[in-house]
Design a protein around this ligand. Structure first.
Ligand code: AHG
Ligand code: MN
Ligand code: MN
Length: 335
């Protein structure tokens, strides 16, 4: 007897956590899992672009070759539209929301915000990239979704997750009852439960930020970096610096080993770089559900007001004690 539990089996089992659930959210998560497998397949042959054709060209089979972020965007939109459980999509790749207006989705209850390909600068160099998604219950009553459906605080998320296309492909998600991670077994084409009930350590030894921007960082962050680099045995300092440049990959590593990820305000990104709706809120939901914290340096990310689709925010997230310390530095030195 196989002890493997697939994502599909797990989702159905967990549906019982929600007594009045009719399976819509389960089907939505299933649709996301399907798109993730297709993107996984494409990510894994990205290095063959020279043989198969560069983005914007026609490959040897005569198909036009798309950039991976455009491809991922199309795959997730297609899966969510056909699935029938989602009435609108907000994506990093699209300026406006995408209305889903077809027969299947006329009674759909949910809207999905996503970053279809996170870490795009890493695509061409064989470094981990990801997908981030966030699910809200619609506010509008019927028909295709509206912009207002997305203008909700992160605390209203029904589910959120990410897919990391790394040395293996993993899907990690939460519906507000803990965090579970599934690793894709390519030989059977299924995500299998590999990381049940993920918990992040209270503290860790890793700090992750783009220190190249140091001169533009707020004083609180500059002082915190120096604190991370000081020798102190009881707190296991100096910490290690690790920065991949794909938020999904940096957050995933820190979630497992303990650590802090910071993307503060900088001169070129005066409001921070990361997007509240489809990067910070979903990652914050997962981190909190795993026992960590996520703030903008002062306030809890999930309580921030969402005013625009592509709103940016500074992001301080990871192990609870480390985020608390970083925020203390912000309050003391960057009032
Ligand atoms: P995206 O590829 O979706 O635009 O996101 C990139 C984000 C995030 O994943 C990463 O941590 C950060 O931008 C990297 O930015 P820098 O190159 O400025 O460090
Ligand atoms: Mn991103
Ligand atoms: Mn992206």
């Amino acid at each position: 007897m196989s002890k493997v539990k697939t994502l599909g089996q797990f989702i159905i089992e967990k549906q019982n956590d929600f007594p009045f659930a009719k399976g819509e959210l389960s089907r939505l998560l299933r649709d996301i899992g399907i798109a993730a497998k297709i993107v996984h397949r494409e990510v894994n042959k990205a290095g063959l672009a020279d043989i198969l054709g560069e983005a914007g060209e026609t490959n040897i089979q005569g198909e036009s070759v798309k950039k991976l972020d455009v491809f991922a965007n199309e795959q997730f939109i297609a899966a969510l539209s056909v699935g029938g459980e989602c009435c609108a999509i907000a994506s990093e790749e699209n300026e406006d929301i995408i209305l889903v207006d077809n027969e299947q989705s006329k009674n759909a209850k949910y809207v999905v915000a996503m970053d279809p390909l996170d870490g795009s600068s890493n695509i061409d160099v064989n470094v981990s990239v990801g997908t981030i998604f966030s699910i809200y219950r619609r506010i509008s009553l019927s028909g295709p979704g509206t912009l207002e459906d997305f203008m909700q605080r992160g605390t209203e998320q029904v589910a959120a997750g990410y897919i990391i296309y790394g040395s293996s492909t993993m899907l990690v998600y939460t519906t507000g009852k803990g965090v579970n991670g599934f690793t894709l077994d390519p030989s059977i084409g299924e995500f299998c439960l590999s990381h049940p009930n993920m918990q992040t350590p209270k503290s860790g030894k890793t700090y992750s930020m783009n220190e190249g921007n140091y001169v533009h960082f707020p004083d609180g962050v500059k002082k915190y970096i120096k604190y991370c680099q000081e020798e102190d045995k009881p707190t296991k300092r100096p910490y290690s610096s690790r920065y991949i440049g794909s938020a999904v990959a940096d957050i995933h590593r820190n979630l497992i080993t303990g650590g802090i990820y910071i993307y503060p305000v900088t001169a070129s990104s005066p409001s921070g770089k990361l997007r509240l709706l489809y990067e910070c809120n979903p990652l914050a939901f997962i981190i909190e559900q795993a026992g960590g914290k996520a703030t903008d340096g002062y306030r809890r990310i999930m309580e921030l007001e969402t005013k625009t689709l592509h709103q940016r925010t500074p992001f301080y997230a990871g192990s609870a004690d480390m985020v608390d310390t970083a925020c203390e530095f912000m309050s003391r030195f960057s009032k």
